[in-house]
Design a protein around this ligand. Structure first.
Ligand code: GLU
Length: 491
């Protein structure tokens, strides 16, 4: 592949509103912005859109930053806090007033409600009718006013969206939006335009729920450019939203959780979530596993699909299993220790940690999330006598099981504690008793792991160490045998 094109002019941004957690759709938007910027050698900025003072919280800001750090959605520079920039937004609105691109509107709330009621009755679209557009503001006197944008009324506006293609709206459909409220505070529409400009944003990549806003924002940008210059059109790319696997818009039921839940509750690795999100709505041939370096090299806007992507937890688990297998054992141990300690309800200690580490190479081959991995590793760490699951109990209820375990116990006494030697000894027992290896290995596995399935039995025995392994066999040999068939069953 060719070298990554270097275009330091490219500036993208992620602009979440801190009214809740960082959800999976937002994380995908951030990832696309990051990859696009990195691909072009440009910058990826973060803006916290906290102008809705009633709904924005510091906890949500923290959750967004935390989620972005976890997913390595590393933004450049300090996050821009939108609310702090309100004076700048107001100044731009006043400049528009001065250049005639905005005007004061003194219509009262009651008046506007009556206007809308009339529009509803006439089955007309509800939009501001421009009643103050051409009036002398002196007529408003000292009454409170809002500042409205004098939007173009004729012609149409076309956005050449890099995902949606050319999308055109008749300007007559866009009414004169409010830029400053009567208390002087800027609206979201004004703030976004001013901030994107001041941050030097060249490419606006975001959910397609913002496509309608883009027409109004672009009209404002063009008015600002006309009144002073230096306000170029950004490139727009509106990404289809994520839907659930049933095709309905993604909701909590589908896994529209905060990314922290993917980490904490679902036990996902961040690189798996990133890889899955990348593939959710963007494609590069049939490639399924694409790491960050590869994604940076390949990412482009042309690869973004136009149809809504479907979120599928099973696929995410599949990707997660892949990255668990690739993950460094020591890192997995660090991630597992708190989970395992919760399950065991006690601290693990150095010996337990070391055991977990030694077993990890085998354990990680079978898990698709960290919870599963933690549960599968418990048998190494349980205190004797270890509990038996139903499959293990059934294996040990076979009347030949205990004598077989006892024979293995005797054979292992003088065996060097190493998997190959242990295997040879177990095979010897099978031969001596005229049994297939499985007939010996299965009750042995049950005794040692408390389960009917496990990583390779002889490796497990070696890892547990002689004392622990033989102790577990002793526990089974000493435990009461199942009642003879017929007696114990309750009708
Ligand atoms: N703050 C908006 C949101 O969270 C995004 C605005 C934008 O990307 O232009 O939906």
């Amino acid at each position: 592949m060719g070298a990554t094109p270097s275009d330091p002019q490219v500036v993208t941004r992620f602009a979440p509103s801190p009214t809740g957690f960082l959800h999976i759709g937002g994380a995908r938007t951030a990832l696309f912005n990051l990859l696009f910027a990195r691909h072009h050698g440009g910058r990826f900025l973060l803006r916290i859109e906290d102008t809705d003072r009633a709904r924005s919280t510091q906890a949500a800001v923290d959750a967004i930053l935390d989620g972005m750090r976890w997913l390595a959605l590393d933004w450049d520079g300090e996050p821009v806090m939108q609310f702090e920039r309100a004076p700048r937004h107001a100044a731009v609105a006043h400049a528009l007033l001065a250049s005639g691109h905005a005007y004061r509107c003194f219509a009262t709330a009651d008046e506007l409600e009556a206007m809308r009621a009339a529009q509803r009755a006439a089955k007309q679209p509800l939009r501001y009718d421009g009643r103050w557009r051409d009036r002398d503001p002196a007529q408003g006197g000292d009454a409170p006013f809002v500042v409205r944008f004098r939007a173009p009324r004729d012609g149409s506006t076309t956005i050449t969206d890099r995902v949606q293609g050319d999308v055109t709206v008749a300007n007559a459909e866009l009414d004169d939006m409010v830029l400053l409220r009567s208390d002087g505070s800027p609206t979201y529409m004004l703030a976004v335009v001013v901030d994107d400009h001041d941050m030097g944003v060249t490419h606006v990549i975001r959910g397609d729920d913002h496509l309608n806003n883009a027409f109004r924002q672009l009209a404002l940008i063009r008015a600002l450019d006309a009144s002073g210059g230096g306000w170029p059109d950004p490139v727009y790319a509106h990404i289809p939203l994520i839907h659930g696997s049933d095709g309905a818009k993604l909701s909590k039921r589908h896994g529209a959780l905060g990314v922290d839940a993917y980490r904490d509750e679902l036990g996902m690795l961040p690189e798996a979530v990133d890889n899955y999100l990348l593939k959710l709505g963007w494609g590069h041939g049939d490639d399924e596993f694409i790491d960050r370096a590869q994604a940076t090299e390949w990412f482009d806007l042309a690869g973004i699909g136009r149809g809504p992507a479907r979120f599928d937890l099973r696929k995410l688990e599949h990707v997660n299993g892949h990255y668990i297998r690739l993950a460094d054992d020591a890192r997995l141990v660090d991630l597992l220790v708190p989970r395992v300690e919760r399950l065991l309800d006690r601290p693990l200690g150095e010996a337990g940690r070391a055991l977990l580490h030694r077993g990890m190479g085998e354990l990680k081959l079978r898990a698709t999330d960290l919870n599963m991995l933690a549960a599968a590793s418990l048998f190494y760490l349980r205190a004797r006598p270890i509990p038996m699951d139903a499959a293990a109990q059934k294996l040990l209820d076979d009347p030949v099981a205990r004598p077989v375990v006892a024979a293995v116990r005797a054979a292992l006494d003088g065996t060097p504690w190493q998997a190959a030697a242990i295997e040879a000894a177990v095979r010897g027992v099978a031969e001596a008793q005229g049994l297939k290896l499985g007939k010996v290995a299965q009750p042995l596995r049950a005794a040692v792991t408390g389960s009917g399935t496990s990583p390779g039995l002889f490796e497990v025995l070696e890892l547990l160490g002689r004392d622990e392994a033989l102790g577990r066999l002793d526990d089974v040999i000493a435990s009461p045998a199942a009642p003879a068939s017929g007696q114990g069953s309750v009708a």
